[in-house]
Structures are given as structure tokens and as C-alpha cells.
Design a protein around this ligand. Structure first.
Ligand SMILES: Cc1cc2nc3c(=O)[nH]c(=O)nc-3n(C[C@H](O)[C@H](O)[C@H](O)COP(=O)(O)OP(=O)(O)OC[C@H]3O[C@@H](n4cnc5c(N)ncnc54)[C@H](O)[C@@H]3O)c2cc1C
Length: 311
């Protein structure tokens, strides 16, 4: 089996910062490392232009450029990157088997799941048009660009509430637009929101259209009860309606939490020995590239230790 070109010591599923960092550490740790990265490897940062908070770049780095560097770094060190999705995993016995969308079967004694999480969007065509030009899925990433500007946050849960509060550090005014008549965010956060002089909560309302020219200039919202329309003059719209972890192929094979994130022990170990998880697929809270990369490093180091101890 170990002579087969489809057999690896370590197989990584996913091609964002977590997957590529795991690949870099795996190959540098002397492991024969393969990575299934999907048709367009690079992860969520392919959808963004300026990244200002990834260490190592004095001036903002373009998302796709950063990911190409990670891909090339992993390849240069010896990782074999396959541009296809993992469509099935068989973790019943070692070596584990992973089937790609080409029907090719890959085997490995250790696997790292780094498939990420998809930000949920409203689904408006105009939202897509202004993505990266005023529309954002990440207040931590982009809030800094809105110093002195008016912005809105869409959502009503803890993330939306935290994003709205975070944005008050920069923005002159923050509208929190929620489709129901009460927020889902916890009581403490709700108290803070209601007391904040920069925040206006707009209940029972949903965005109808994002408007602008080259960049976003306003968001048209509609009251779902009265039908009344209102235009918010904002240059930033932060969509905070949740994420969907990419864990369909792991269902029934690894323990997931109620939202579908892979459960780990704090050291990237999943419920199954030999299978590790890194990045947004196991991280409900931070969802930052540098955190994903850090956990990719941890997962590869844990995989190395596991392979060493289970020889
Ligand atoms: C618009 C936007 C802007 C952002 N800006 C910033 C920022 O400025 N700074 C920051 O720190 N963070 C930013 N983030 C968050 C950051 O992108 C994520 O935290 C980070 O990319 C998570 O990395 P990851 O490796 O866990 O997963 P991802 O980046 O989600 O990558 C996972 C990859 O795995 C692939 N995959 C999924 N399933 C399979 C499968 N079955 N087989 C093979 N491959 C699969 C996916 O296609 C994807 O390419 C931003 C996110 C978005 C959406």
C-alpha cells in the first residue's frame, strides 16, 4: 500500500490557510503529504481584496495573492496538491480512505479536515455586486476601513450584536437591521446595544437592495410587517447571519456540534484517533486566517506525533 502514489502518511482535505499550513508543517516534518483542495484551491480569502491583519505584510496583501503564496510554499516543500473535492471518507479502518470527485481513492494513516465554513449571505444580486466594495462578511477583518463612516449590520444573533458593538470603535453610526421584532443575541449584549449612543436597532426589517456606483453608498430596507421602505445611507454593510461549516462528508463519521462544526479536544483531535480538524470547520468563534493557520500547524504536529506513536 505504501508504494502506491495515492497513499500518503498524511492527507489534508481543504485548501484554505488551515490546510496549506498543515501541509507546510506535514511535509517539513518528513511526512508524505497529500492535499485535496477542491477545483479552485485557496479558500475564503479568494473572495477578498485587501487583508491588513495577516502578519508579515507591511502593506495590505491581496487575498488571492496570499493564497497563491501558501499553495506554492506547500508545493515547493513537497506537498502533492490535487484539484478535486473529497466526496466520501471511509474512517472505519486504517489506512483511512478518501474518495475524490474523480472517483480516485486516496489512502492515509492520518487525515486533517480543513474544509472551512461558508459565510451565509442574503442572496441579493446587488449584495454580490458590492462584495469587497462595501459589503463584507467579517467585521473584525474590515471594520477598520470604516473610520468615521456610517455602516449597517444585518442579523440578530450574538455575532451580529458583537459585530455592531465592535464597529462602534470606528464607525460614526451603526444600524443593526434584524428581520424579527426581537434579537436572538444574549441579554447582556442586547443591553449594551440598546444603551450605545451610536447604535440604532431596526426591527422587522430586511435589506431589499444594495445601491451604489463603484462602491456601496446605501442599503434599501423594507419593514416586513408594514411594507414601509427606508434607505440607509451607509458605505459599509456587514452581513452577520451565520456560517455553514463544510462538514457534510464527515456526518456520522466524526462527532459534530449542534451547528455542524467538528468537535475537537482543544489540540485539534477529533472523536476519531488519527483524524484531526483545523480552521473554521472546527472554530465557531474566531474565524480568522491567522487562527486557521495556527490550528493547521497544531493539527500537523499532532498528526506527526500520532503517526510516530502508532507505527
Ligand atoms: C469576504 C471575506 C473576507 C475575509 N477577510 C479576512 C481578513 O481580512 N482577515 C482574516 O484573518 N480573515 C478573513 N476572513 C476569514 C478567513 O477567510 C477565514 O477565517 C479563513 O479562510 C479560514 O480558513 P480555513 O483554512 O479554515 O478554511 P477556508 O478558507 O474556508 O478554506 C477551506 C477550503 O476547503 C475547500 N473544501 C471544502 N470542502 C472540501 C472538500 N470536500 N474537498 C476538498 N476541498 C474542500 C473549500 O473549497 C475551501 O477552498 C474573510 C472571510 C471572507 C469570506
Amino acid at each position: 500500500m505504501s508504494g502506491s502514489s495515492n497513499h500518503f502518511d498524511l492527507l489534508i482535505i481543504g485548501s484554505g490557510p488551515a490546510g496549506f499550513t498543515a501541509a507546510i508543517y506535514g511535509t517539513r516534518g518528513g511526512l508524505k503529504t497529500g492535499l485535496l483542495g477542491g477545483a479552485a484551491p485557496g479558500g475564503q480569502l479568494l473572495n477578498t481584496t485587501e487583508i491588513e491583519n495577516f502578519p508579515g505584510f507591511e502593506t495590505p496583501v491581496n487575498g488571492p495573492d496570499l493564497m497563491i503564496h501558501m499553495l506554492n510554499q506547500a508545493k515547493r516543500l513537497g506537498t502533492e496538491v490535487f484539484q478535486e473535492d473529497a466526496v466520501k471518507v471511509d474512517f472505519k479502518a486504517s489506512p483511512f480512505a478518501v474518495t475524490g470527485s474523480s472517483a480516485r481513492i486516496y489512502t492515509a494513516r492520518a487525515v486533517i479536515a480543513a474544509t472551512g465554513a461558508r459565510a451565509r449571505w442574503l442572496g441579493l444580486p446587488s449584495e454580490k455586486k458590492y462584495l469587497g466594495k462595501g459589503v463584507s462578511g467579517c467585521a473584525t477583518c474590515d471594520g477598520f476601513f470604516y473610520r468615521g463612516k456610517e455602516v449597517c449590520v444585518v442579523g440578530g444573533g450574538d455575532t451580529a450584536a458583537e459585530d455592531a458593538l465592535f464597529l462602534t470603535k470606528f464607525a460614526s453610526r451603526v444600524y443593526l437591521v434584524h428581520r424579527r421584532d426581537q434579537l436572538r443575541a444574549n441579554f447582556r449584549l442586547q443591553e449594551k446595544l440598546k444603551a450605545h449612543p451610536k447604535i440604532e436597532i431596526i426591527y422587522d426589517s430586511t435589506p431589499e437592495e444594495m445601491l451604489g456606483d463603484a462602491r456601496l453608498t446605501s442599503v434599501k430596507i423594507k419593514n416586513v410587517k408594514t411594507g414601509a421602505a427606508r434607505e440607509l445611507i451607509v458605505t459599509g454593510a456587514f452581513i452577520a447571519i451565520g456560517h455553514t461549516p463544510e462538514t457534510a462528508i464527515f456526518e456520522g463519521r466524526l462527532k459534530l456540534d449542534e451547528a455542524g462544526y467538528i468537535l475537537t479536544d482543544g489540540h485539534t483531535k477529533t472523536s476519531l484517533p488519527g483524524v484531526f480538524a483545523a480552521g473554521d470547520v472546527m472554530d465557531r468563534y474566531y474565524k480568522q486566517a491567522v487562527v486557521a493557520a495556527g490550528s493547521g500547524c497544531m493539527a500537523a504536529m499532532e498528526a506527526e506525533k500520532y503517526l510516530e506513536n502508532s507505527k
